[in-house]
Design a protein around this ligand. Structure first.
Ligand code: PHE
Length: 339
């Protein structure tokens, strides 16, 4: 009897199945009502008493072995799909998790596209700059506070090497290297030595613009910015320009857009003024033109600069700037629909 069980074990061990049907035949052959194991159990009563223990153990082992084998074979068949007829090719595939663009990228691309429609080229430049391109050629006086360690990250002193605090430096490089007329925007990352809060960060993104040609006027600047504001925030947006100061522009202004939340009536987003500050601008100071060897008698120009985080905050009602840098998936996923 023991020898017989060993033979059955060996035979079952050699079995292989390609289909579920073959496997089912195998199961019936061994474990079915009239199968080999039932037969073994039935003849168990004839086993001499002194062998019962050993034979019983062996039969149980065989049963265990066959059950495990069936499970394994079933798993193998299911893994490679079993027989082709069982596959339903019309079922939809598993969903693909699509990523989303970062809101800063979305808004930067939109700004680029709006000015692209007005014929502006895109220029880029280094993030590590010298004093000349960030400050001196832009008419910053030597004692200007931006040149202080408190406001600017310096890498080296004398000669000064620093992280650019605005992308106006790129526009200086354009004035150095390209012929007139110039009509360009410079998107890029900038760095300022500020404490991080809901409203300020030491790294952020800007898009600055420069237009130099004969007869460029403040009216051109205003119309360009109105076009930008309406493309960006909607057809009904109004703008207003408030006098301001920048070393590199004269006259200078800051631009507000009418609050889109309350339609200008006043709410807590616009702090009950009806207006939201969005960018700085002005006519290029003749000193800057002359520093860059452009004849300020013949040519005039305007410049403007905006923070991409700020524009995105206004567009998407983001209350805390730090959200842009934390990469919290719950925040980022909300922009899936945007692009
Ligand atoms: N460079 C200025 C800033 O970083 C922005 C600006 C650009 C203002 C051009 C006026 C004209 O704040």
């Amino acid at each position: 009897m023991l020898h017989n069980i060993d033979k059955i074990l060996e035979e079952a061990g050699r079995f292989k199945a390609d289909t579920k049907e073959e496997l089912e035949q195998f199961r019936i052959h061994y474990l079915g009502k009239k199968g080999i194991l039932s037969e073994l159990f039935r003849s168990f009563k004839d086993v001499p008493a002194d062998q019962k223990r050993e034979v019983g153990q062996k039969i149980n082992e065989l049963k265990q072995f066959i059950s495990t084998k069936i499970e394994q074979l079933l798993a193998d068949i299911s893994e490679d799909g079993g027989d082709d007829d069982a596959r339903d090719l019309t079922l939809p595939g598993p969903p693909v998790q699509a990523g989303a663009r970062h809101p800063i990228s979305i808004v930067r691309n939109e700004i680029i596209s709006i000015f692209g429609r007005l014929g502006y080229t895109i220029s880029e430049g280094p993030e590590i700059e010298d004093d000349w391109h960030v400050f001196s050629s832009l008419n910053f006086p030597p004692e200007h506070p931006a040149r202080d360690m408190q406001d600017t990250f310096f890498i080296e002193k004398d000669p000064d090497i620093l992280l650019r605090t605005h992308t106006s430096s790129v526009q200086v490089r354009v004035m150095e290297n390209e012929s007139l007329p110039i009509r360009t925007i410079s998107p890029g990352r900038v760095f300022r030595n500020e404490a991080i809060s809901a409203r300020a960060h030491c790294i952020f993104h800007q898009v600055e613009g420069l237009y130099i040609d004969e007869n460029v006027s403040f009216a051109d600047l205003k119309q360009t910015l109105l076009y930008f504001a309406r493309e960006m925030f909607g057809k009904h947006v109004e703008i207003r320009l408030r006098p301001s100061f920048f070393p590199f522009t004269e006259p200078s202004a800051e631009m507000d857009i009418s609050c889109q939340i309350c339609g200008g009536k006043g709410c807590n987003v616009c702090k009950y003024t009806g207006w939201l500050e969005i960018l700085g601008c002005g006519m290029v100071d003749p000193n800057v033109l002359e520093f860059n060897e452009i004849d300020s008698k013949k040519y005039t120009g305007f410049a403007f600069g905006m923070g991409v985080e700020r524009v995105a905050m206004l567009k998407y009602q983001v209350k805390d700037l730090r959200l842009y840098f934390e990469n919290d998936i719950r925040f980022l996923e909300q922009f899936k629909a945007a692009y």
